[in-house]
Design a protein around this ligand. Structure first.
Ligand SMILES: Nc1ncnc2c1ncn2[C@@H]1O[C@H](COP(=O)(O)OP(=O)(O)OP(=O)(O)O)[C@@H](O)[C@H]1O
Length: 503
């Protein structure tokens, strides 16, 4: 639950009895304003604008869905919000009112991609232990407690000894979430979390995300077209059409809001399907532009019908936060972040929608608390990773050696190739060593040997790297370890085999 002591707020586990061991984090409010995203399609076609000056606000303690028809720009928006894409974009992104510091933000957030990027050769428990070794500081007192809590909460405890490759789709998704939950990031992004799941697993997955949001986290996910049952589980809906925002507000207010714009959602029709149909122009070509104008391209939220607060620079935020620490009620900052000045006062009237503020979400969490706990401020906030690179290297090396032990296919192939080529070379260059007339053959022999050894030692990397690439990208992006540690560990993990071959 979101606990507030004075003005300081920390993220607590969703239930006091569950995940009580997780590190505590303050909540995060994410706002973006006038976001443009442009990609180049070659010299002949010129640039293509994918996101057209969209704005929005994503609050903590809410489960936010980014919806829209295919090609509307959902993944692009998510990639920009996570920091996965940084080139070709303009506009501002703020975290708790201050300009986003991408390095800090990436430590506070995690991005769970559509395909569950998991190592197949590990059991659930091993995967969790490895994640805990990399994502929590080396001297963390209760790693086993954290792992047990998370596995229990996500109903994975009974599968702790199952290989990840044998898990069902829903279990894989839960494991992906469990791995990222270890350091309790206050912001979690999901790209199509329900893709490939049956309706029951979809429900469980969204229910889990909702529970996580109730723990104070900011949960954002893209979703194609949820069923009506899933749709109403989301707190906040952000809808894109042709790279622009056509709706931002509570899911429960979507139908009345559309109705106020002359778009009547038929009875017994899924509102999620209806807004997609509207986005695709099925009820008139001009609806999209009318909705974009009405919602200010995301500058308004139909709950408040007001524009977002001004962006503050980091010094202002620090000064206000110091005020809070010094016993002040941090009233200025709190006021500026919650009392939005109405720019278009007619908007609320035009909506003709009764804005029903959810009791739960209305408990306006104080987002002015320091981005990291005081204990982490100086020491850990500056650090890129939770552990030292030497420690990361050691853990990845152990993991790579474990993979080699478990998957002998490549090793057997290499062994077989070495023996076969050894016989061939032996037959070809037999007894050439002591003959002065066969200098060229000796040279050829040495050259061929070198070539073969170099090529075979590279083969493992060439064959296995593309398979590992998606997992590496995810783990590196979510700040588990540095590329340097990974590369060094993978290179060194091959040395025992090379030594064996030489012997
Ligand atoms: N690097 C790129 N180069 C050219 N076009 C791109 C690039 N990235 C995205 N696009 C285009 O931008 C548009 C939005 O893409 P995006 O993947 O964000 O859509 P989406 O809403 O997530 O779609 P879907 O639901 O089908 O995944 C698409 O038309 C896509 O082709």
């Amino acid at each position: 639950m979101l606990a507030s002591t004075g003005t300081a707020v920390t993220i607590q586990p969703a239930s006091q009895t569950k995940m009580a061991n997780l590190p505590k984090r303050p909540p995060v409010e994410l706002a973006f304003r006038d976001l443009m995203y442009t990609v180049s399609e070659g010299r002949s076609k010129g640039p293509k604008t994918i996101l057209k000056s969209v704005s929005g606000l994503i609050r903590p303690r809410e489960l936010t869905a980014i919806m829209g028809p295919s090609g509307a720009g959902k993944s692009s928006l998510l990639n920009i919000l996570t920091g996965y894409k940084t080139t070709g974009m303009s506009g501002s992104i703020t975290v708790n009112g201050a300009e986003r510091n991408l390095s800090h933000f990436r430590k506070q957030s995690c991005y769970i991609m559509q395909d569950n990027q998991l190592h197949a050769n590990l059991t659930v428990l091993e995967a969790m232990r490895l994640a805990a070794s990399l994502k929590l500081s080396k001297d963390h007192p209760d790693k086993p407690g954290i792992i047990r809590d998370i596995l229990e909460t996500l109903s994975l405890l009974e599968h702790e000894n199952t290989m990840t490759s044998n898990l069902s789709g829903g279990q894989k998704k839960r494991l992906s979430i469990a791995l990222e939950l270890i350091n309790n990031p206050p912001v979690m992004f999901f790209d199509e979390p329900t893709s490939g799941l049956d309706s029951s697993s979809c429900y469980q997955c969204i229910k889990l995300l909702k529970d996580l949001s109730r723990g104070g986290r900011t949960i954002v996910c893209t979703i194609h077209q949820p069923s009506a049952r899933l749709f109403e589980m989301f707190d906040q809906l952000y809808t894109l059409a042709e790279g622009q925002c056509i709706y931002q507000g509570n899911t429960s207010q979507l139908v009345p809001w559309l109705s106020s714009r002359g778009l009547e959602c038929p009875s017994y029709h899924n509102p999620a399907s209806y807004i997609i149909e509207v986005s695709c122009g099925e009820y008139g070509e001009n609806n999209v532009s009318a909705l974009v104008t009405a919602i200010g391209n995301g500058q308004h939220d139909i709950r408040e019908g007001k524009p977002w607060p001004e962006v503050k620079d980091n010094n202002q935020v620090a000064a206000l936060q110091n005020g809070e620490k010094n016993g002040g009620q941090n009233s200025n900052f709190a006021k500026t972040t919650t009392n939005y000045l109405p720019k278009d006062s007619n908007l609320t009237a035009n909506l003709q929608v009764v804005v029903q503020k959810d009791e739960e979400t209305n408990g306006a969490p104080n987002v002015t608390a320091s981005l990291l706990e005081p204990s982490m401020d100086s020491k850990e906030a500056g650090k890129r990773y939770a552990t030292s690179e030497w420690h990361q290297f050691w853990i990845i090396l152990q993991r790579a050696l474990l993979f080699s032990r478990r998957d002998w296919t490549l090793m057997y192939l290499r062994l077989f190739a070495h023996i076969l080529v050894g016989f061939l070379i032996g037959a070809l260059y037999y007894d050439i060593g002591n003959e002065g007339s066969k200098v060229l053959s000796n040279l050829g022999f040495l050259f061929f040997n070198m070539l073969f050894l170099m090529y075979t030692s590279m083969t493992v990397t060439i064959l296995s790297f593309p398979l590992e690439m998606p997992v590496l990208l995810k783990e590196n992006f979510n700040r588990w370890y540095s590329l340097r540690s990974y590369y060094l560990a993978i290179t060194i993990s091959d040395i025992p085999f090379q030594v064996k071959i030489f012997l």
